[in-house]
Ligand binder design. Structure first.
Ligand code: KG4
Ligand code: ZN
Length: 354
């Protein structure tokens, strides 16, 4: 399908620009997201108005393995993708002909999983003779903040997901500078690993967050890594928790207090560095993005910046974790349009590239 699509587009010479594709404030974009363990399809009007947001989670499947098995996830995406697409059309009352462009996450993510959403969206674009746009998943997480809001750049974004932790200077819709990032584990990875070493079930992050609310965040003092101004390092913190857990061998583990102390440590590091970047930038707006933006400790800390006069944007839970509405929004705000040559990629190139 990939080759057919590209060749046909080239023969017809119909690689469109955004204006030619008539992407404007009346446009509906359909997006698919299948980078990890959720099969999602959304339709978003003009990058901000979410018409429908269908999410089929694979959590039940992967819980029995204690984590995501890429091959199993890819097969489940294949079984579910047609269902989420028809559900999006049914819920919205829109027809394929009403869609101005089709888009999908191209990466980073699990290659076998990405291929399912990308090829489904390319097929729809080909069949209905519409433009196609491959989207960078990390940029999509940032763009989740445009949905149902009036947010416009410039702003500072704290992007915290399962695979990435970055502080970004978002100058315009298409001009990002990464000010700092993790030098080892991502924030979500740290949550998941710490949860696992305490014997908590998959997915670790949300479970740890829930238990932390019952614990004392001052019970244990955990180390904050000393790295570059806006960089992060969470592997030392993870090792400190491991030592702490081992020190309780043969005794009852104070799980809630460890969760609360860990969450406090990680969220205060993220908060301090984001605040510093915000002060340095002179911007008035700060944005939280990525799956870990669902964490109550981090949300509360970033939200407290409101008390200092900053405008804070935090997506509702449904747009924090993986969803396709953010992908449709990223497609809408993208400068390039109709890139049928795009292929899936597993690792990040930069925040905007596909
Ligand atoms: O953004 P995301 O859905 O996937 C990637 O793009 O990587 O983020 C998934 C990550 C997982 O590590 C998960 O444990 C974490 O987000 N997460 C949380 C919470 N909800 C999801 N971490 C801490 N607290 C939460 N409430
Ligand atoms: Zn994600």
């Amino acid at each position: 399908m990939y080759y057919n699509y590209t060749i046909m587009k080239k023969i017809k010479n119909t690689l469109l620009t955004k204006t030619e594709a008539e992407i404007n404030e009346n446009s509906y974009i359909m997006a698919l997201e299948s980078s990890c363990d959720e099969t999602c399809c959304s339709i978003v009007k003009a990058g901000r108005e979410c018409i429908t947001n269908v999410v089929a989670s694979q959590i039940k499947t992967h819980t029995q393995f204690g984590g995501v098995i890429p091959e199993v996830a890819a097969r489940e995406h294949l079984e579910t993708v047609n269902y989420v697409i028809s559900q999006a059309f049914n819920e919205s009352g829109l027809k394929p002909e009403d869609i101005s462009a089709f888009s999908a996450t191209a990466g980073p993510g699990l290659v076998g999983c990405l291929l399912v959403g990308l090829n489904a969206a390319k097929s729809l674009a080909l069949v209905y003779d519409k433009p196609f746009l491959g989207v960078n998943h990390l940029n999509a997480h940032v763009c989740a903040n445009y949905i149902d809001t009036d947010l416009e750049p410039p702003f500072i974004a704290l992007l915290v997901s399962g695979g990435h932790s970055q502080i970004i200077d978002v100058k315009t819709y298409e001009d990002y500078t990464i000010l700092g990032e993790t030098i080892d584990d991502a924030a979500g990875e740290a949550f998941d690993k710490v949860a696992r070493l305490m014997g908590l079930p998959y997915p670790g992050g949300p479970v740890l967050d829930k238990l932390a609310r019952e614990g004392n965040s001052k019970a244990f003092s955990l180390p904050e890594a000393k790295v570059g101004e806006y960089d992060f390092s969470f592997s030392g913190l993870k090792t400190a928790v491991l030592r702490l857990v081992k020190s309780f061998e043969g005794k009852e583990l104070p799980v809630n207090d460890i969760c609360a102390s860990f969450q406090e440590c990680i969220s205060s590091t993220l908060f301090k560095k984001t605040k510093k970047a915000l002060e340095q930038s002179g911007y008035s707006k700060v944005v939280l993005a990525g799956g870990v933006a669902a964490n109550s400790g981090i949300r509360n800390k970033i939200l407290s910046l409101q008390n200092e006069g900053y405008k804070v944007y935090i997506p509702p839970m449904k747009y924090c974790t993986d969803n396709a509405a953010m992908v449709a929004s990223a497609a809408y705000f993208s400068k390039t349009f109709d890139n049928p040559d795009v292929e899936v990629f597993s690792r990040v190139k930069n925040l905007l590239s596909v």
